[in-house]
Design a protein. Structure first.
Length: 255
């Protein structure tokens, strides 16, 4: 990878980090509440009510919990776990599963997640600070993986899926919710920091994404597509015009 490309990628990562740091510190506000976004994505009000206020930052674009089951003792990793919402809901739903791991770039998110975990006395949940391109986990250590609108934030997606393949056990599966493109974005949108910070600028067309996943070595790839919700589109100030260009994807595969 050239020096210029590396520099561009680091600029994107720095912008993303600053944006999500502001969100973690409640310095960024949107018109549509996090609760409205989660409800529009099918999160159970009953389950969400068991979590303290502040754990839901409205950063989801899908609901990976609808698509997987965890057997007793199975391990799971959430890539880009934020404050731990999906992990806490997973623990409530599967109390006898193995250790649940959360990975996030930002110390601020990890500290918030650990505080909530300890306050609610959730057992067997561990959080680690690290990057998607160099995951701090042993090879073949995870049974299943989830992610909710995070991988689009990382420019080097092939490296992310290569790393995911490395840490999953043979037969391990992933369930990733992310934004995908219906058609190419206008050039000014591709260059927009806001678009990159809110998952759109780094989104790919379905065929591009599938090639990356296959190259990493995964099989039995399934990509389910759906419209983004109005609450999601309005939360980030895009207006509904954005729905001409993007869609929600639930991306699943097996090692």
């Amino acid at each position: 990878m050239g020096i210029k490309k590396n520099s561009e990628n680091e600029k994107i990562r720095k912008s993303v980090d600053e944006f999500y740091r502001k969100i973690s510190q409640d310095e960024y506000r949107t018109e549509v509440s996090p609760e409205e976004v989660s409800e529009s994505l099918g999160y159970s009000k009953e389950m969400m009510s068991q979590l303290p206020k502040g754990v839901d930052l409205g950063l989801s674009c899908g609901n990976p919990l609808e698509n997987f089951e965890l057997e007793n003792g199975e391990t799971l990793i959430d890539l880009g776990c934020g404050t731990g919402k999906d992990l806490f809901l997973t623990r409530i739903k599967y109390p006898d599963s193995g250790i649940l791991y959360g990975l996030d770039r930002l110390d601020e998110m990890i500290l918030k997640a650990e505080k909530i975990r300890d306050m609610k006395k959730f057992k067997n949940i561990e959080f680690r600070q690290g990057t998607l391109t160099s995951m701090p986990f042993d090879s073949e250590s995870m049974d299943k993986a989830i992610s909710n609108c995070v991988i689009n934030l990382e420019p080097e997606k092939q490296t992310v899926y290569n790393e995911l393949y490395r840490i999953l056990k043979n037969g391990g599966k992933f369930y990733i919710s992310d934004i995908m493109l219906k058609k190419e974005l206008p050039e000014e949108w591709k260059k927009s920091e806001k678009m990159h910070n809110t998952w759109v600028g780094g989104a790919l067309l379905e065929e591009e994404l599938e090639k990356i996943i296959e190259k990493a070595g995964f099989k039995n790839i399934i990509i389910l597509k759906d419209e983004v919700t109005d609450a999601y589109a309005e939360k980030w100030g895009y207006g509904l015009k954005i729905k001409e260009y993007i869609q929600r994807g639930m991306i699943m595969g097996e090692k």
